[in-house]
Design a protein around this ligand. Structure first.
Ligand code: ZN
Length: 294
């Protein structure tokens, strides 16, 4: 009992001494003794000491405590540290996201709105904002439509939105997946699939662009099926038309499409190619410039 009291007194004494030394070093407003005999902060005028009642000693012990401005500084430091940790986590997630650097700037706010994609943009944003619920329901998306209609860009917007919110997301393509895994090594292939399934959202670009070998199709099916079994959502993009997918009679393909349609909501991307639209906008801008209109 007495030992404990002595220990507490010595801790309290050391904290008071540290406080005195800090105050002596400080060039700011001097701390001062209040009417109650306790030390007050010269800056924020709140207490820097208090009487602590413990079960160990009959009398309360004088201890150092944090004044308001010290508490606020501590809170700021804690928040900065947390922000730093968040940034590091996002950085790590970005590295493991496999996403091409060129899609780093694909965000909802950078999205070029054209009449054709306003609705898709709205849907994608809602999907991203409600991702927790989508994940719960194992609800994915299938973006289909012609080349250059903004499918990959839209998928990247969702990926960036989630990565910025620390949701592990992987974005890759079937061509890359098949190219990166060795044919013969079943174990390596399984490890790779496991790694993909650590992502809360898996985005795979360009379904249908992979070579139609039995091996490639088997891999595509494996990845989609394992995702399906893990009850984790995926977003796929494809240049294939709905007719091509629905009317497919080749069982090697149709079993892939069947799986996809079970869990992915199809969204059609149509309209003029964005790349063409961008080119024509640049042409217009240049024309105006050369004619001295701007
Ligand atoms: Zn203070």
């Amino acid at each position: 009992m007495n030992d404990m009291t002595d220990l507490m007194r010595s801790i309290a004494a050391r904290s008071l001494e540290a406080q005195r030394q800090d105050a002596a070093k400080s060039s700011g407003p001097q701390d001062y003794a209040g009417e109650d005999g306790l030390l007050y902060c010269g800056k924020c005028h709140t207490k820097k000491q208090m009487w602590l009642k413990t079960g160990f000693s009959p009398e309360p012990i004088l201890v150092a405590t944090s004044c308001k401005c010290m508490q606020e500084a501590e809170e700021r430091r804690r928040r900065d540290e947390e922000a730093q940790r968040d940034m590091e986590k996002i950085k790590r997630l970005r590295i493991s996201s496999l996403m091409d650097d060129k899609f780093r700037e694909s965000t909802f706010s950078n999205f070029k709105q054209t009449q054709n994609n306003t609705r898709n943009l709205r849907l994608c944003r809602r999907y991203a904002e409600n991702f927790d619920e989508m994940k719960e329901k194992n609800q994915g998306l299938l973006f289909y439509g012609g080349v250059g209609t903004g499918k990959t860009y839209s998928a990247a917007c969702i990926a960036n939105y989630l990565l910025d919110r620390k949701v592990p997301t992987v974005m890759t393509s079937f061509i890359k997946i098949i190219g990166s895994v060795h044919l013969s090594n079943r174990e390596e292939a399984m490890n790779f699939t496991d790694r993909l399934n650590r992502a809360k959202l898996l985005i795979i670009d360009d379904l249908g662009a992979e070579r139609g070998t039995d091996y490639a199709l088997e891999r595509v099916y494996d990845i989609i099926d394992s995702r399906y079994r893990a009850r984790l959502p995926m977003i796929l993009t494809t240049n294939l038309s709905m007719d091509e997918m629905m009317g497919c009679t080749d069982i090697r393909y149709s079993r892939i499409y069947d799986r996809i349609f079970e869990v992915c909501y199809p969204m059609e991307f149509k309209g003029h190619s964005w790349r063409k639209a961008e080119a024509s906008r640049r042409y217009d801008d240049m024309e105006k410039f050369l004619e001295g209109a701007v």
